[in-house]
Ligand binder design. Structure first.
Ligand code: G16
Length: 544
Protein backbone atom coordinates (compact mmCIF):
# COMPACT_ATOMS: atom_id res chain seq x y z
CA UNK A 1 0.00 0.00 0.00
CA UNK A 2 1.72 3.28 -1.08
CA UNK A 3 0.46 5.28 1.92
CA UNK A 4 1.91 2.78 4.39
CA UNK A 5 5.45 4.09 3.93
CA UNK A 6 4.40 7.45 5.31
CA UNK A 7 2.34 5.85 8.11
CA UNK A 8 5.34 3.81 9.09
CA UNK A 9 7.60 6.89 9.16
CA UNK A 10 5.12 9.15 10.97
CA UNK A 11 4.05 6.53 13.53
CA UNK A 12 7.65 6.43 14.72
CA UNK A 13 7.12 10.02 15.89
CA UNK A 14 4.01 8.93 17.84
CA UNK A 15 5.15 5.62 19.35
CA UNK A 16 2.92 3.45 21.47
CA UNK A 17 4.28 2.62 24.91
CA UNK A 18 4.74 -1.17 24.79
CA UNK A 19 2.09 -3.11 26.68
CA UNK A 20 -0.26 -0.15 27.22
CA UNK A 21 -3.88 -1.22 26.66
CA UNK A 22 -6.72 1.29 26.51
CA UNK A 23 -10.41 0.70 25.79
CA UNK A 24 -12.81 2.82 23.76
CA UNK A 25 -15.11 3.92 26.61
CA UNK A 26 -18.50 5.59 26.95
CA UNK A 27 -17.44 8.44 24.69
CA UNK A 28 -14.09 7.44 23.21
CA UNK A 29 -10.64 7.02 24.74
CA UNK A 30 -10.04 8.94 27.91
CA UNK A 31 -7.13 8.86 30.35
CA UNK A 32 -4.16 10.91 31.50
CA UNK A 33 -3.04 13.09 28.57
CA UNK A 34 0.53 11.75 28.79
CA UNK A 35 -0.66 8.35 27.52
CA UNK A 36 -2.54 9.59 24.51
CA UNK A 37 -0.16 10.79 21.78
CA UNK A 38 -0.13 7.48 19.87
CA UNK A 39 -3.91 7.13 20.33
CA UNK A 40 -4.48 10.51 18.69
CA UNK A 41 -2.21 9.71 15.73
CA UNK A 42 -4.00 6.40 15.26
CA UNK A 43 -7.45 8.00 15.55
CA UNK A 44 -6.33 10.33 12.75
CA UNK A 45 -5.59 7.20 10.71
CA UNK A 46 -8.91 5.60 11.65
CA UNK A 47 -10.94 8.72 10.87
CA UNK A 48 -9.31 8.81 7.45
CA UNK A 49 -10.29 5.20 6.80
CA UNK A 50 -13.83 5.91 8.05
CA UNK A 51 -14.03 8.88 5.71
CA UNK A 52 -12.87 6.77 2.74
CA UNK A 53 -15.39 4.10 3.67
CA UNK A 54 -18.37 6.46 4.08
CA UNK A 55 -17.25 8.89 1.34
CA UNK A 56 -18.08 11.62 3.84
CA UNK A 57 -16.37 13.98 6.25
CA UNK A 58 -15.59 12.53 9.70
CA UNK A 59 -14.94 14.49 12.90
CA UNK A 60 -12.30 14.03 15.58
CA UNK A 61 -12.69 16.00 18.81
CA UNK A 62 -9.82 16.18 21.26
CA UNK A 63 -11.38 16.54 24.71
CA UNK A 64 -11.85 14.79 28.04
CA UNK A 65 -15.04 16.70 28.70
CA UNK A 66 -15.91 16.52 32.42
CA UNK A 67 -12.64 14.85 33.47
CA UNK A 68 -9.91 16.78 35.31
CA UNK A 69 -7.49 19.06 33.44
CA UNK A 70 -4.65 16.51 33.38
CA UNK A 71 -6.75 13.98 31.43
CA UNK A 72 -7.59 14.14 27.77
CA UNK A 73 -9.46 12.04 25.26
CA UNK A 74 -10.89 11.73 21.81
CA UNK A 75 -14.41 11.46 20.43
CA UNK A 76 -15.05 10.30 16.84
CA UNK A 77 -17.93 11.84 14.90
CA UNK A 78 -19.78 9.98 12.12
CA UNK A 79 -21.16 11.63 8.93
CA UNK A 80 -24.52 12.86 10.28
CA UNK A 81 -22.82 14.26 13.37
CA UNK A 82 -23.60 11.24 15.52
CA UNK A 83 -21.11 9.22 17.58
CA UNK A 84 -19.11 6.69 15.56
CA UNK A 85 -20.85 3.34 15.01
CA UNK A 86 -20.07 0.40 17.42
CA UNK A 87 -18.21 -1.75 14.85
CA UNK A 88 -15.77 1.09 14.35
CA UNK A 89 -15.41 1.54 18.12
CA UNK A 90 -14.05 -2.02 17.97
CA UNK A 91 -11.62 -1.06 15.21
CA UNK A 92 -10.57 1.95 17.28
CA UNK A 93 -9.68 -0.31 20.20
CA UNK A 94 -7.87 -2.73 17.86
CA UNK A 95 -5.80 0.07 16.30
CA UNK A 96 -5.12 1.79 19.61
CA UNK A 97 -3.70 -1.34 21.19
CA UNK A 98 -1.65 -2.75 18.30
CA UNK A 99 2.01 -2.76 19.29
CA UNK A 100 4.22 -0.50 17.20
CA UNK A 101 5.41 -3.31 14.92
CA UNK A 102 1.83 -4.56 14.38
CA UNK A 103 0.28 -1.22 13.41
CA UNK A 104 0.38 -1.70 9.65
CA UNK A 105 -1.11 -5.18 9.95
CA UNK A 106 -3.91 -3.79 12.13
CA UNK A 107 -4.60 -1.10 9.54
CA UNK A 108 -4.54 -3.65 6.74
CA UNK A 109 -7.00 -5.81 8.64
CA UNK A 110 -9.55 -2.98 8.91
CA UNK A 111 -9.08 -2.03 5.25
CA UNK A 112 -9.73 -5.65 4.26
CA UNK A 113 -12.71 -6.22 6.57
CA UNK A 114 -14.39 -3.02 5.39
CA UNK A 115 -13.27 -3.39 1.76
CA UNK A 116 -11.99 0.20 1.78
CA UNK A 117 -10.99 1.76 -1.51
CA UNK A 118 -7.71 3.44 -0.59
CA UNK A 119 -7.76 5.74 -3.61
CA UNK A 120 -11.00 7.33 -2.33
CA UNK A 121 -10.53 10.92 -1.02
CA UNK A 122 -10.79 11.45 2.74
CA UNK A 123 -11.80 14.53 4.75
CA UNK A 124 -11.51 14.93 8.48
CA UNK A 125 -12.62 17.87 10.67
CA UNK A 126 -10.63 18.29 13.88
CA UNK A 127 -11.50 20.31 16.98
CA UNK A 128 -10.06 20.66 20.48
CA UNK A 129 -10.98 21.89 23.94
CA UNK A 130 -8.97 24.31 26.10
CA UNK A 131 -6.80 21.77 27.96
CA UNK A 132 -3.09 22.56 27.77
CA UNK A 133 -2.45 19.10 26.28
CA UNK A 134 -5.04 19.52 23.51
CA UNK A 135 -2.81 21.50 21.12
CA UNK A 136 -0.15 18.82 20.68
CA UNK A 137 -2.67 15.99 20.79
CA UNK A 138 -4.77 17.52 18.03
CA UNK A 139 -1.56 17.94 16.00
CA UNK A 140 -1.04 14.18 16.41
CA UNK A 141 -4.54 13.61 14.95
CA UNK A 142 -3.69 15.87 12.01
CA UNK A 143 -0.43 13.94 11.49
CA UNK A 144 -2.42 10.70 11.36
CA UNK A 145 -4.78 12.09 8.74
CA UNK A 146 -1.97 13.37 6.53
CA UNK A 147 0.03 10.14 6.89
CA UNK A 148 -2.80 8.30 5.11
CA UNK A 149 -3.14 11.07 2.53
CA UNK A 150 -6.39 12.50 3.96
CA UNK A 151 -7.39 16.18 3.91
CA UNK A 152 -8.06 17.83 7.22
CA UNK A 153 -9.66 21.03 8.40
CA UNK A 154 -8.57 22.19 11.83
CA UNK A 155 -11.37 24.11 13.58
CA UNK A 156 -9.10 24.76 16.55
CA UNK A 157 -10.93 25.61 19.77
CA UNK A 158 -14.58 24.56 19.48
CA UNK A 159 -17.11 22.87 21.73
CA UNK A 160 -17.74 19.19 21.03
CA UNK A 161 -21.30 19.86 19.79
CA UNK A 162 -20.01 22.57 17.47
CA UNK A 163 -17.70 20.04 15.80
CA UNK A 164 -20.58 17.53 15.49
CA UNK A 165 -22.63 20.31 13.92
CA UNK A 166 -19.91 21.20 11.37
CA UNK A 167 -19.59 17.58 10.29
CA UNK A 168 -23.34 17.29 9.75
CA UNK A 169 -23.50 20.60 7.86
CA UNK A 170 -20.65 19.55 5.60
CA UNK A 171 -22.18 16.16 4.81
CA UNK A 172 -25.64 17.58 4.12
CA UNK A 173 -24.20 20.13 1.65
CA UNK A 174 -25.10 22.86 4.17
CA UNK A 175 -28.80 21.84 4.33
CA UNK A 176 -28.39 21.58 8.10
CA UNK A 177 -26.57 24.91 8.25
CA UNK A 178 -23.29 26.53 7.32
CA UNK A 179 -20.21 24.56 8.44
CA UNK A 180 -18.69 27.49 10.34
CA UNK A 181 -18.79 28.57 13.96
CA UNK A 182 -20.30 31.86 12.82
CA UNK A 183 -22.98 29.94 10.87
CA UNK A 184 -23.77 27.93 14.03
CA UNK A 185 -24.30 31.10 16.08
CA UNK A 186 -26.43 32.67 13.36
CA UNK A 187 -28.73 29.66 12.98
CA UNK A 188 -29.26 29.09 16.70
CA UNK A 189 -29.55 32.74 17.69
CA UNK A 190 -31.95 33.65 14.88
CA UNK A 191 -34.23 30.80 15.95
CA UNK A 192 -33.92 31.90 19.58
CA UNK A 193 -34.86 35.49 18.73
CA UNK A 194 -37.84 34.30 16.67
CA UNK A 195 -38.98 32.13 19.57
CA UNK A 196 -38.68 34.83 22.22
CA UNK A 197 -40.71 37.26 20.12
CA UNK A 198 -43.60 35.18 21.44
CA UNK A 199 -42.74 36.05 25.01
CA UNK A 200 -44.85 39.01 25.93
CA UNK A 201 -44.02 41.10 29.02
CA UNK A 202 -40.58 39.58 29.48
CA UNK A 203 -38.68 42.02 31.70
CA UNK A 204 -34.94 42.63 31.61
CA UNK A 205 -34.66 40.76 34.92
CA UNK A 206 -36.32 37.71 33.40
CA UNK A 207 -33.86 37.84 30.50
CA UNK A 208 -30.95 37.42 32.86
CA UNK A 209 -29.04 34.15 33.22
CA UNK A 210 -25.94 33.26 35.24
CA UNK A 211 -23.65 30.82 33.41
CA UNK A 212 -20.82 28.77 34.94
CA UNK A 213 -18.49 28.01 32.03
CA UNK A 214 -16.53 25.32 33.97
CA UNK A 215 -13.37 27.28 33.03
CA UNK A 216 -13.59 25.60 29.64
CA UNK A 217 -14.35 26.04 25.98
CA UNK A 218 -18.06 26.72 26.60
CA UNK A 219 -17.18 29.98 28.32
CA UNK A 220 -15.16 31.21 25.31
CA UNK A 221 -17.96 30.27 22.93
CA UNK A 222 -20.71 31.93 24.99
CA UNK A 223 -18.65 35.14 24.87
CA UNK A 224 -18.28 34.78 21.10
CA UNK A 225 -22.01 34.19 20.65
CA UNK A 226 -23.30 37.04 22.81
CA UNK A 227 -23.48 39.70 20.09
CA UNK A 228 -25.78 37.44 18.02
CA UNK A 229 -28.29 37.37 20.85
CA UNK A 230 -29.14 41.06 20.39
CA UNK A 231 -29.66 41.54 24.13
CA UNK A 232 -32.57 39.08 24.13
CA UNK A 233 -30.60 37.14 26.75
CA UNK A 234 -28.31 38.82 29.29
CA UNK A 235 -25.60 36.45 30.38
CA UNK A 236 -23.41 36.88 33.47
CA UNK A 237 -20.53 34.55 32.81
CA UNK A 238 -18.48 33.06 35.66
CA UNK A 239 -15.65 30.51 35.63
CA UNK A 240 -14.63 31.78 32.22
CA UNK A 241 -11.16 30.26 32.37
CA UNK A 242 -9.38 33.51 33.16
CA UNK A 243 -8.16 32.19 36.52
CA UNK A 244 -9.77 28.94 37.73
CA UNK A 245 -8.89 25.37 36.77
CA UNK A 246 -10.99 23.43 34.25
CA UNK A 247 -13.90 21.53 35.89
CA UNK A 248 -12.36 22.10 39.33
CA UNK A 249 -15.14 22.71 41.87
CA UNK A 250 -17.30 23.87 39.00
CA UNK A 251 -19.06 22.69 35.88
CA UNK A 252 -22.11 20.51 35.25
CA UNK A 253 -20.65 17.25 36.56
CA UNK A 254 -19.51 18.82 39.84
CA UNK A 255 -22.87 20.52 40.41
CA UNK A 256 -24.90 17.39 39.55
CA UNK A 257 -22.84 14.92 41.57
CA UNK A 258 -22.15 17.17 44.57
CA UNK A 259 -25.66 18.69 44.48
CA UNK A 260 -24.24 22.07 45.33
CA UNK A 261 -23.40 25.31 43.51
CA UNK A 262 -20.01 25.70 41.84
CA UNK A 263 -17.41 27.89 43.43
CA UNK A 264 -16.68 31.16 41.71
CA UNK A 265 -20.22 32.27 40.87
CA UNK A 266 -22.53 34.86 42.35
CA UNK A 267 -26.02 33.46 42.97
CA UNK A 268 -28.91 35.76 43.83
CA UNK A 269 -31.98 34.13 45.45
CA UNK A 270 -34.53 32.93 42.90
CA UNK A 271 -32.31 33.66 39.87
CA UNK A 272 -31.68 31.12 37.14
CA UNK A 273 -28.14 29.71 36.97
CA UNK A 274 -26.68 26.98 34.78
CA UNK A 275 -23.40 25.09 34.47
CA UNK A 276 -21.74 23.68 31.36
CA UNK A 277 -19.19 20.87 31.42
CA UNK A 278 -15.62 20.98 30.04
CA UNK A 279 -16.58 20.59 26.37
CA UNK A 280 -20.05 22.15 26.63
CA UNK A 281 -22.10 19.11 25.74
CA UNK A 282 -23.90 19.01 29.09
CA UNK A 283 -25.92 21.55 31.04
CA UNK A 284 -27.71 21.61 34.39
CA UNK A 285 -29.77 24.45 35.89
CA UNK A 286 -30.14 25.46 39.55
CA UNK A 287 -31.16 28.26 41.88
CA UNK A 288 -31.07 29.17 45.55
CA UNK A 289 -34.43 29.92 47.21
CA UNK A 290 -35.02 32.79 49.62
CA UNK A 291 -33.73 30.63 52.51
CA UNK A 292 -30.52 29.95 50.62
CA UNK A 293 -31.54 26.34 49.92
CA UNK A 294 -29.97 24.96 46.70
CA UNK A 295 -32.28 23.42 44.06
CA UNK A 296 -30.93 21.43 41.11
CA UNK A 297 -32.76 21.04 37.81
CA UNK A 298 -30.92 18.27 36.01
CA UNK A 299 -31.31 16.48 32.68
CA UNK A 300 -34.55 14.83 33.83
CA UNK A 301 -36.14 18.18 34.63
CA UNK A 302 -34.88 19.55 31.32
CA UNK A 303 -36.41 16.62 29.41
CA UNK A 304 -39.71 17.16 31.21
CA UNK A 305 -39.78 20.89 30.45
CA UNK A 306 -38.96 20.36 26.77
CA UNK A 307 -41.38 17.49 26.24
CA UNK A 308 -44.21 19.37 28.00
CA UNK A 309 -43.59 22.36 25.72
CA UNK A 310 -43.48 20.22 22.58
CA UNK A 311 -46.61 18.28 23.55
CA UNK A 312 -48.56 21.49 24.11
CA UNK A 313 -47.42 22.88 20.76
CA UNK A 314 -48.34 19.68 18.93
CA UNK A 315 -51.85 19.84 20.42
CA UNK A 316 -52.23 23.53 19.50
CA UNK A 317 -50.92 22.86 15.99
CA UNK A 318 -53.22 19.87 15.59
CA UNK A 319 -50.27 17.67 14.61
CA UNK A 320 -50.41 13.97 15.39
CA UNK A 321 -46.76 13.14 16.08
CA UNK A 322 -45.54 10.52 18.52
CA UNK A 323 -43.25 11.89 21.21
CA UNK A 324 -41.02 9.82 23.46
CA UNK A 325 -38.47 10.53 26.18
CA UNK A 326 -35.31 8.43 26.44
CA UNK A 327 -33.53 8.18 29.79
CA UNK A 328 -30.93 6.00 31.52
CA UNK A 329 -30.89 4.17 34.84
CA UNK A 330 -29.76 7.43 36.48
CA UNK A 331 -33.11 9.08 35.74
CA UNK A 332 -34.84 10.05 38.94
CA UNK A 333 -37.77 7.70 39.65
CA UNK A 334 -40.09 10.70 40.09
CA UNK A 335 -39.28 11.97 36.61
CA UNK A 336 -40.08 8.61 35.00
CA UNK A 337 -43.38 8.39 36.94
CA UNK A 338 -44.31 11.94 35.96
CA UNK A 339 -43.55 11.38 32.27
CA UNK A 340 -45.42 8.08 32.11
CA UNK A 341 -48.34 8.68 34.46
CA UNK A 342 -49.06 12.40 34.18
CA UNK A 343 -47.71 13.38 30.78
CA UNK A 344 -48.56 10.05 29.22
CA UNK A 345 -45.52 10.02 26.97
CA UNK A 346 -43.58 6.91 26.00
CA UNK A 347 -40.44 6.48 28.11
CA UNK A 348 -37.47 4.30 27.13
CA UNK A 349 -34.41 3.41 29.20
CA UNK A 350 -31.02 2.72 27.61
CA UNK A 351 -27.47 2.16 28.76
CA UNK A 352 -25.39 5.22 29.69
CA UNK A 353 -23.78 6.97 26.73
CA UNK A 354 -25.28 9.43 24.31
CA UNK A 355 -24.84 6.97 21.43
CA UNK A 356 -27.39 4.62 23.03
CA UNK A 357 -29.94 7.32 23.81
CA UNK A 358 -29.55 8.93 20.39
CA UNK A 359 -30.22 5.62 18.67
CA UNK A 360 -33.35 4.93 20.75
CA UNK A 361 -34.68 8.46 20.17
CA UNK A 362 -34.41 8.00 16.39
CA UNK A 363 -37.27 5.50 16.53
CA UNK A 364 -39.90 8.16 17.20
CA UNK A 365 -41.38 11.17 15.37
CA UNK A 366 -39.93 13.27 18.17
CA UNK A 367 -37.40 11.74 20.54
CA UNK A 368 -36.36 13.81 23.55
CA UNK A 369 -33.30 12.23 25.12
CA UNK A 370 -31.48 13.35 28.24
CA UNK A 371 -29.16 11.73 30.71
CA UNK A 372 -29.72 12.94 34.26
CA UNK A 373 -26.25 14.53 34.08
CA UNK A 374 -27.58 17.06 31.56
CA UNK A 375 -26.40 15.49 28.32
CA UNK A 376 -29.15 15.46 25.73
CA UNK A 377 -31.07 16.90 22.84
CA UNK A 378 -34.23 16.39 20.77
CA UNK A 379 -34.44 14.48 17.49
CA UNK A 380 -37.15 15.11 14.90
CA UNK A 381 -37.73 12.51 12.20
CA UNK A 382 -37.56 13.75 8.63
CA UNK A 383 -41.30 13.17 8.27
CA UNK A 384 -42.01 15.15 11.45
CA UNK A 385 -39.87 18.07 10.24
CA UNK A 386 -41.66 18.07 6.91
CA UNK A 387 -45.11 18.06 8.56
CA UNK A 388 -44.09 20.99 10.77
CA UNK A 389 -42.66 22.86 7.79
CA UNK A 390 -45.77 22.32 5.65
CA UNK A 391 -48.05 23.53 8.43
CA UNK A 392 -45.90 26.61 9.09
CA UNK A 393 -46.20 27.51 5.40
CA UNK A 394 -49.94 26.84 5.23
CA UNK A 395 -51.80 30.14 4.93
CA UNK A 396 -55.29 28.70 5.41
CA UNK A 397 -55.00 27.65 9.07
CA UNK A 398 -56.19 29.67 12.07
CA UNK A 399 -53.89 31.92 14.09
CA UNK A 400 -53.44 29.51 17.00
CA UNK A 401 -52.34 26.67 14.75
CA UNK A 402 -50.08 28.99 12.75
CA UNK A 403 -48.41 30.33 15.89
CA UNK A 404 -47.81 26.79 17.22
CA UNK A 405 -46.43 25.62 13.87
CA UNK A 406 -44.02 28.56 13.68
CA UNK A 407 -42.91 27.95 17.26
CA UNK A 408 -42.27 24.30 16.42
CA UNK A 409 -40.32 25.30 13.34
CA UNK A 410 -38.06 27.64 15.29
CA UNK A 411 -37.71 25.06 18.04
CA UNK A 412 -36.33 22.63 15.46
CA UNK A 413 -33.86 25.29 14.35
CA UNK A 414 -32.59 26.23 17.83
CA UNK A 415 -31.82 22.58 18.59
CA UNK A 416 -28.54 20.93 17.67
CA UNK A 417 -29.87 17.52 16.70
CA UNK A 418 -26.45 15.98 16.20
CA UNK A 419 -25.64 15.59 19.92
CA UNK A 420 -26.32 17.07 23.36
CA UNK A 421 -25.27 20.73 23.28
CA UNK A 422 -25.14 22.97 26.36
CA UNK A 423 -25.39 26.19 24.31
CA UNK A 424 -28.32 25.02 22.17
CA UNK A 425 -30.10 23.45 25.18
CA UNK A 426 -29.62 26.68 27.13
CA UNK A 427 -31.20 28.75 24.35
CA UNK A 428 -34.12 26.33 24.06
CA UNK A 429 -34.75 26.28 27.82
CA UNK A 430 -34.51 30.07 28.06
CA UNK A 431 -36.96 30.43 25.17
CA UNK A 432 -39.44 27.96 26.68
CA UNK A 433 -39.37 29.66 30.08
CA UNK A 434 -39.84 33.07 28.41
CA UNK A 435 -42.71 31.91 26.18
CA UNK A 436 -44.49 30.13 29.03
CA UNK A 437 -43.79 33.06 31.39
CA UNK A 438 -42.43 30.47 33.81
CA UNK A 439 -39.99 31.04 36.65
CA UNK A 440 -37.35 28.48 37.53
CA UNK A 441 -39.28 27.74 40.74
CA UNK A 442 -42.41 26.92 38.74
CA UNK A 443 -40.38 24.69 36.46
CA UNK A 444 -38.85 22.97 39.49
CA UNK A 445 -42.31 22.39 40.96
CA UNK A 446 -43.51 20.27 37.98
CA UNK A 447 -42.53 17.24 40.09
CA UNK A 448 -40.32 16.63 43.14
CA UNK A 449 -37.16 14.59 42.76
CA UNK A 450 -36.65 11.59 44.99
CA UNK A 451 -33.58 12.30 47.14
CA UNK A 452 -30.58 10.60 45.57
CA UNK A 453 -26.83 10.16 45.90
CA UNK A 454 -24.04 9.19 43.50
CA UNK A 455 -20.72 7.83 44.75
CA UNK A 456 -17.55 6.47 43.18
CA UNK A 457 -15.68 3.37 44.36
CA UNK A 458 -12.11 2.52 43.35
CA UNK A 459 -11.53 -1.14 42.47
CA UNK A 460 -8.46 -2.85 41.05
CA UNK A 461 -10.22 -3.73 37.76
CA UNK A 462 -13.64 -2.23 37.12
CA UNK A 463 -14.26 -4.68 34.27
CA UNK A 464 -15.15 -7.34 36.87
CA UNK A 465 -18.55 -5.62 37.03
CA UNK A 466 -20.85 -6.61 34.24
CA UNK A 467 -24.42 -5.36 33.99
CA UNK A 468 -27.69 -6.10 32.19
CA UNK A 469 -31.19 -4.56 31.83
CA UNK A 470 -29.89 -1.15 30.69
CA UNK A 471 -27.30 -1.26 33.50
CA UNK A 472 -29.95 -1.59 36.20
CA UNK A 473 -28.73 -5.01 37.37
CA UNK A 474 -25.23 -6.43 37.93
CA UNK A 475 -24.57 -9.95 36.62
CA UNK A 476 -21.03 -10.13 37.98
CA UNK A 477 -19.22 -10.39 40.34
CA UNK A 478 -21.18 -13.17 41.98
CA UNK A 479 -23.36 -12.06 44.88
CA UNK A 480 -23.24 -8.33 44.18
CA UNK A 481 -26.76 -7.97 42.79
CA UNK A 482 -28.18 -10.13 45.61
CA UNK A 483 -26.42 -7.87 48.12
CA UNK A 484 -27.84 -4.73 46.46
CA UNK A 485 -31.35 -6.24 46.38
CA UNK A 486 -31.28 -6.99 50.07
CA UNK A 487 -29.84 -3.55 51.00
CA UNK A 488 -32.52 -1.77 48.95
CA UNK A 489 -35.21 -3.56 51.00
CA UNK A 490 -34.06 -1.67 54.11
CA UNK A 491 -35.31 1.68 52.76
CA UNK A 492 -38.61 3.06 51.48
CA UNK A 493 -39.08 3.99 47.82
CA UNK A 494 -35.50 2.87 47.30
CA UNK A 495 -33.56 1.88 44.20
CA UNK A 496 -29.85 1.40 43.60
CA UNK A 497 -27.52 0.16 40.89
CA UNK A 498 -23.81 0.06 40.12
CA UNK A 499 -21.88 0.21 36.85
CA UNK A 500 -18.27 0.65 35.76
CA UNK A 501 -17.62 4.14 34.42
CA UNK A 502 -16.52 4.35 30.82
CA UNK A 503 -14.72 7.65 31.28
CA UNK A 504 -13.04 7.37 34.70
CA UNK A 505 -11.27 4.53 36.48
CA UNK A 506 -14.08 4.05 39.03
CA UNK A 507 -17.28 2.14 39.68
CA UNK A 508 -20.31 4.43 39.92
CA UNK A 509 -22.94 3.83 42.60
CA UNK A 510 -26.41 5.38 42.39
CA UNK A 511 -29.07 5.27 45.10
CA UNK A 512 -32.38 7.00 45.61
CA UNK A 513 -34.84 6.73 48.47
CA UNK A 514 -37.64 8.51 50.32
CA UNK A 515 -35.30 10.75 52.33
CA UNK A 516 -31.81 12.15 51.73
CA UNK A 517 -30.54 10.32 54.82
CA UNK A 518 -31.82 7.03 53.40
CA UNK A 519 -30.39 7.72 49.93
CA UNK A 520 -27.00 8.57 51.49
CA UNK A 521 -27.05 5.52 53.74
CA UNK A 522 -28.07 3.20 50.90
CA UNK A 523 -25.40 4.61 48.57
CA UNK A 524 -22.83 4.01 51.30
CA UNK A 525 -24.06 0.45 52.00
CA UNK A 526 -23.91 -0.39 48.30
CA UNK A 527 -20.44 1.18 47.97
CA UNK A 528 -19.23 -1.12 50.74
CA UNK A 529 -20.73 -4.12 48.94
CA UNK A 530 -18.90 -3.09 45.75
CA UNK A 531 -15.67 -2.57 47.66
CA UNK A 532 -15.89 -5.99 49.30
CA UNK A 533 -17.18 -8.04 46.37
CA UNK A 534 -15.53 -6.32 43.39
CA UNK A 535 -11.95 -5.89 44.60
CA UNK A 536 -11.99 -2.43 46.16
CA UNK A 537 -8.71 -0.58 46.67
CA UNK A 538 -7.54 2.37 48.76
CA UNK A 539 -9.59 1.71 51.92
CA UNK A 540 -13.27 1.04 52.59
CA UNK A 541 -15.67 3.86 51.71
CA UNK A 542 -16.55 6.03 54.71
CA UNK A 543 -20.15 6.99 55.57
CA UNK A 544 -21.18 10.40 54.22
C1 G16 B 1 -19.68 11.07 28.60
C2 G16 B 1 -20.81 10.50 27.78
C3 G16 B 1 -22.08 10.54 28.57
C4 G16 B 1 -21.89 9.85 29.92
C5 G16 B 1 -20.67 10.40 30.66
C6 G16 B 1 -20.33 9.61 31.88
O1 G16 B 1 -19.96 12.40 28.88
O2 G16 B 1 -20.93 11.21 26.58
O3 G16 B 1 -23.08 9.92 27.82
O4 G16 B 1 -23.02 10.01 30.72
O5 G16 B 1 -19.55 10.36 29.80
O6 G16 B 1 -20.05 8.28 31.50
P1 G16 B 1 -19.51 7.22 32.50
O7 G16 B 1 -20.51 7.15 33.62
O8 G16 B 1 -19.44 5.95 31.71
O9 G16 B 1 -18.20 7.69 33.03
P2 G16 B 1 -18.84 13.53 28.79
O10 G16 B 1 -19.61 14.79 28.94
O11 G16 B 1 -17.87 13.27 29.91
O12 G16 B 1 -18.22 13.33 27.45
Amino acid sequence: MPQFKEVSKQSGLHPKPAGLVLQYGTAGFRTNAKQLDHIMFRMGLLATLRSKKTKATIGVMVTASHNPEEDNGVKLVDPMGEMVTPTWEGYATQLANAEQEDLLAALQDIIKKEAINMSQEANVFVGKDTRSSSASLSQAVLDGVSALGGHSKDYGLVTTPQLHYMVCCQNTQCKYGEATVEGYYKKLCQAFIQLTKNASNCTDDQKHLTVDGANGIGALKVREMESHLKRELHISLFNDGSKGKLNHQCGADFVKVQQKPPTGIKMNPGERCCSFDGDADRIVYYYADSEGQFHLLDGDKIATLISTFLKELLTQAGLDLEIAVVQTAYANGSSTNYLEDTMKVIVRCTKTGVKHLHHAAQEFDIGVYFEANGHGTVLFSKAAEEKIQRLAENSSINDERKRAALLLQNTVNVINQTVGDAISDMLLIEAILAIKGMTIQQWDAIYSDLPNRQLKVKVSDRRVIDTTDAERRAVSPAGLQEAIDSLVKNYREARSFVRPSGTEDVVRVYAEAETQESADALAHDVSLAVYRLAGGVGGEPKPL
